[in-house]
Design a protein around this ligand. Structure first.
Ligand code: FAD
Length: 441
C-alpha cells in the first residue's frame, strides 16, 4: 500500500477563482463526472476556453458497480490518463462468472488481453479524471468550479429556444455564464437534459423499460474472491431476474456488491431494493458472506438511464437542443444488458467535442441532430444486441438452460467469451439460429 502522503486521490482539489468579469467561454460543461471531465479534457486539448461546473467537491462517491471495461480504458489511454489511474488501488478483471437460479455457473475468460478491465472505486477514479480535467482546463485559460450547482439554463426564446448560458449558485452567490455551446453532463438528473427534453420539447424523460434502478454496497472479506486479479460475477437469482446480482472485487479485501433491474420489471417485485439485496446475501449467498462485514454507510440506491433503442425513428432519447448537447448518463447511454455507462460517457464526450469543433460559429439544431446520428451509428448495433439479450433474460428457463449448457459446452463458452469484446460475437449471441444450434445440439 502507498504511504499516506502518496495518496493523492484523497486530497482536496484546489481550483483557480473565477474573476467577476469573466463570464464568456467557448464551452460550458455542467457536471464533472467521467462524461463532463472527459469533455473538458477533449475540449481543452483542442484549445477551447472551458468552464467546468460541478455541484459536489472531490473526492466524492458515485454509486456504481465500479467496473471500467475495455472501451473506457481505450479512451483513458487516448487521454493519457492510464498511468495516473494505475497508481491508485484497483482490481484487474480477466474473466466473468455467470450463474443461474439453479446455482450452475460458467466462468468465461476474456481472451483478448487488451480487453481486460479494471474495477476501480469511483471515489478515486472520478477524482483522478476530474483533477486531470482541471489541470488541462486551467492551463488553457479556462476555469473549473466545485460546489457550483447549475439551476437554470439561459434561453433565448427569440432565437428558437437557443441555450446561451447557465445560471447557478456557489454558496449564496448566484452567477450567470455564457457560451455558444452548453454540454449537459450532469448524469441521470442533469438539469440541461431535463430542460431540453421535458420543458422545451415536451418529451417523456423517464420510460420504464429504458430506465434501471439499482442498489450498491461495499463488503469486506467476502469468501471465494481473489482481491487482486480474477473474475467479476453476475448472478441471475430468483427475485431479481431479469436483473442480476453482482459481486465485483475492488481490491483491499473489499467487494462492490449490488443489484439492478429495469423500472418496468421492478414494479412487479414484492421487496424494496435494499430488502432484496439483504435477502440474497442472507439466503442465497450466506456461505460466502459468513465472514464478511458491510462497509458502514456504503448502501445507496441510484438510477441508470439506458441506451436501449426506442421504437421511434430517433432510437435514442433526445441528446441535443439548440446550442446544446448531452453526454454520458445525461444522454441516456448506459448499456441495457451489462449496465456499463462509463465507456459510452467517454465516447460521447469525444464525439461531442468533434461536432462542436466543426460548427463552433453556429451550433444549431441540425448540428445537434448530426451528433445524435453519429452516436447511433457507432453504438446502434451493440445497444440493439444488448437490448435483445436483456429481453432474453426475462425468461428464467432460458437463462437457466443457457448457463447450464454453457457450463458443459466449450463452443458456447467461446461465443460468450468473444461476446465480451467482439461485436460479431455479440450478434451471434442474439441470433436465434446460432443459439438454437449451440443449445440444442
Ligand atoms: C448501481 C450502478 C452500477 C453501475 N455499474 C457500472 C459499471 O460497473 N460500469 C460502468 O461502466 N458503468 C456503471 N454504471 C453506470 C455509470 O455509473 C454511469 O454511466 C456513469 O457514472 C456516467 O457518467 P456521467 O459523467 O455521465 O454521470 P455521473 O457520473 O453521474 O456524473 C455527473 C456529475 O454531474 C454533477 N451534477 C449533477 N447535477 C449537477 C448540477 N445541477 N450542477 C452541477 N453539477 C451537477 C454530479 O455531481 C456528478 O459529479 C452503474 C450505475 C449504477 C447506478
Amino acid at each position: 500500500m502507498p504511504n499516506k502522503t502518496d495518496i493523492f486521490w484523497e486530497r482536496n482539489i484546489e481550483t483557480k477563482k473565477v474573476p467577476n468579469d469573466e463570464v464568456n467561454f467557448d464551452i460550458i460543461i455542467v457536471g464533472g463526472g467521467p462524461a463532463g471531465s472527459a469533455t473538458a479534457c477533449y475540449a481543452a486539448n483542442e484549445g477551447f476556453k472551458v468552464l467546468l461546473l460541478e455541484k459536489e467537491e472531490f473526492p466524492r462517491d458515485k454509486v456504481c458497480g465500479d467496473a471500467v471495461g475495455g472501451k473506457a480504458l481505450k479512451h483513458l489511454e487516448e487521454l493519457n490518463m492510464l498511468k495516473s489511474l494505475e497508481k491508485s488501488p484497483h482490481f484487474i478483471f480477466d474473466s466473468v462468472i455467470f450463474s443461474n437460479t439453479k446455482e450452475e455457473k460458467v466462468k468465461v475468460e476474456i481472451k483478448d488481453s487488451e480487453a481486460t478491465g479494471y474495477v476501480y472505486p469511483r471515489i478515486n477514479f472520478d477524482w483522478i479524471i476530474f483533477n486531470e480535467a482541471k489541470n488541462r482546463v486551467e492551463k488553457n485559460g479556462g476555469f473549473v468550479i466545485q460546489k457550483f450547482r447549475v439551476n437554470n439554463l439561459i434561453i433565448d426564446n427569440e432565437d428558437n429556444n437557443r441555450i446561451i448560458g447557465v445560471k447557478g449558485k456557489n454558496g449564496a452567490n448566484e452567477k450567470e455564464f455564457y457560451a455558444p455551446i452548453t454540454i449537459g453532463a450532469g448524469g441521470v438528473n442533469c438539469p440541461v437534459a431535463k430542460t431540453i427534453i421535458s420543458e422545451i420539447n415536451g418529451e417523456e424523460f423517464i420510460k420504464k423499460e429504458h430506465w434501471s434502478t439499482s442498489f450498491r454496497e461495499y463488503w469486506k472479506g467476502v469468501d471465494g474472491v481473489d482481491y487482486e486479479k480474477g473474475a467479476i460475477e453476475f448472478h441471475y437469482v430468483d427475485g431479481v431476474i431479469p436483473g442480476y446480482f453482482w459481486i465485483f472485487p475492488v481490491g483491499d479485501n473489499t467487494c462492490n456488491v449490488g443489484l439492478g433491474i429495469t423500472l418496468k420489471d421492478f414494479k412487479n417485485k414484492e421487496m424494496k431494493l435494499k430488502e432484496l439485496q439483504k435477502y440474497i446475501i442472507d439466503e442465497k449467498f450466506a456461505s460466502r458472506f459468513k465472514n464478511a462485514k458491510l462497509v458502514k454507510d456504503s448502501g445507496k440506491a441510484w438510477q441508470l438511464p439506458l441506451g436501449s433503442p426506442r421504437k421511434d425513428k430517433v432510437k435514442l432519447r433526445r441528446m441535443f437542443g439548440n446550442g446544446c448537447l448531452l453526454v454520458g448518463d445525461s444522454g441516456s447511454l448506459v448499456d441495457p444488458f451489462t449496465g456499463e455507462g462509463i465507456g459510452n460517457a467517454l465516447l460521447s464526450a469525444k464525439i461531442a467535442v468533434k461536432h462542436f469543433k466543426e460548427n463552433r460559429n453556429n451550433f444549431n439544431l441540425e448540428c445537434g441532430e448530426n451528433y445524435q446520428k453519429e452516436i447511433w451509428e457507432i453504438l446502434g448495433k451493440e445497444l440493439t444486441n444488448s437490448f435483445k439479450i436483456q429481453n432474453y433474460t426475462r425468461k428464467k428457463w432460458l437463462i437457466n438452460w443457457f448457463i447450464g449448457k454453457a457450463q458443459r459446452k466449450p463452443e458456447l463458452q467461446k461465443i460468450l467469451s468473444e461476446s465480451l469484446t467482439s461485436k460479431e460475437a455479440q450478434r451471434q449471441l442474439t441470433s436465434p439460429w446460432i443459439l438454437f444450434k449451440n443449445l440444442v445440439f
